[in-house]
Design a protein around this ligand. Structure first.
Ligand code: ZN
Ligand code: ZN
Length: 275
């Protein structure tokens, strides 16, 4: 494990898995959140802004002198924490209102209890008072857009299911998929009130067809990069769950389906059943 002393601002771990891509990890929290900075010759895209611990803008400014646009892959709290530090923020319209509202302390505080942390929080972040201010988006991404960074471009793909406005970003020429919270090697959640299993399966059917077009996927949680060969397996898994596969375990009223390299967590209402 990374020692706290090696971390940027006592919180972030930064690596450069390939030219023009930086992985910004938050290894001291069990969620193992990852944001990605993608740098072109003209501008840079920051895919998500993390948990709001530390100053991700200062970190990013040390990595690139290009103008930075934030693209939120979706509006779950663990990926929008640093939004307030940036001027330009893009998101899918169906989650824009979450940014406009901000996130109150009561929503954040339970996520920073000692049992969820793998090391000390840096000074300057206090879970007792932390809250995310409203950060109205400065632009909307519907899917289908191409973001030109200069020498590198990212195609925006609307990928709902985990959340209604989820997006993934494809660098077709670079054979790279930023798979965000839609596909990562861990517990795939179909839990939020606005998550939808059938929609998630349809999204994964489309992403599975990209598996042969990319050499690596960069997920928003857990080990990164991820083998794109997992994408068709995730498609098959969601299909099996939707078709009535028996869960392997339960955690409260959450049904847990285990597969090789990932799992699917959902509430019974996603299958049209009572909890
Ligand atoms: Zn999420
Ligand atoms: Zn997440």
């Amino acid at each position: 494990m990374t020692e706290p002393g090696d971390l940027v601002q006592g919180w972030f771990a930064v690596s450069a898995p390939e030219e023009g891509v930086f992985t910004i990890e938050e290894p001291l929290h069990e969620e193992q959140v990852k944001s990605y900075l993608v740098v072109g010759s003209e501008r840079a895209i920051l895919i998500d802004t993390g948990m709001g611990v530390g100053d991700i803008r200062t970190l990013v400014a040390d990595l690139t002198d290009r103008p930075v646009t934030v693209v939120n892959s979706h509006a779950h709290w663990d990926h929008i924490g640093g939004n307030g530090l940036f001027a330009e923020i893009l998101i899918h319209p169906s989650e824009a209102d979450v940014l406009r509202r901000g996130v109150p302390n009561a929503r954040l505080r339970p996520n920073f209890t000692p049992d969820r942390l793998l090391g000390p929080l840096p000074t300057g972040f206090d879970p007792a008072t932390a809250a995310f201010p409203p950060t109205p988006p400065t632009g909307l991404l519907h899917g289908g857009e191409t973001l030109d960074l200069g020498g590198r471009s990212l195609e925006v793909i609307h990928a709902p299911g985990h959340s209604p406005g989820g997006i993934v970003l494809l660098d077709r020429e670079g054979r790279t998929l930023f798979s965000t919270d839609v596909a990562y090697p861990g517990a795939l959640y179909c839990l939020a009130p606005d998550a939808d299993l059938g929609t998630y399966r349809e999204t994964m059917m489309r992403l599975a067809t990209l598996a042969r077009d990319v050499d690596r996927a960069y997920p928003a949680h857990n080990a990164s990069p991820m083998d794109p060969a997992l994408l068709p397996l995730m498609r098959d898994a969601l299909e099996a769950v939707e078709e009535g596969r028996a869960p392997d375990a339960m955690d409260g009223d959450v049904l847990i389906h285990r597969f090789d390299g990932f799992s699917v967590w959902l509430t019974p209402d996603k299958l049209g059943r009572e909890a």
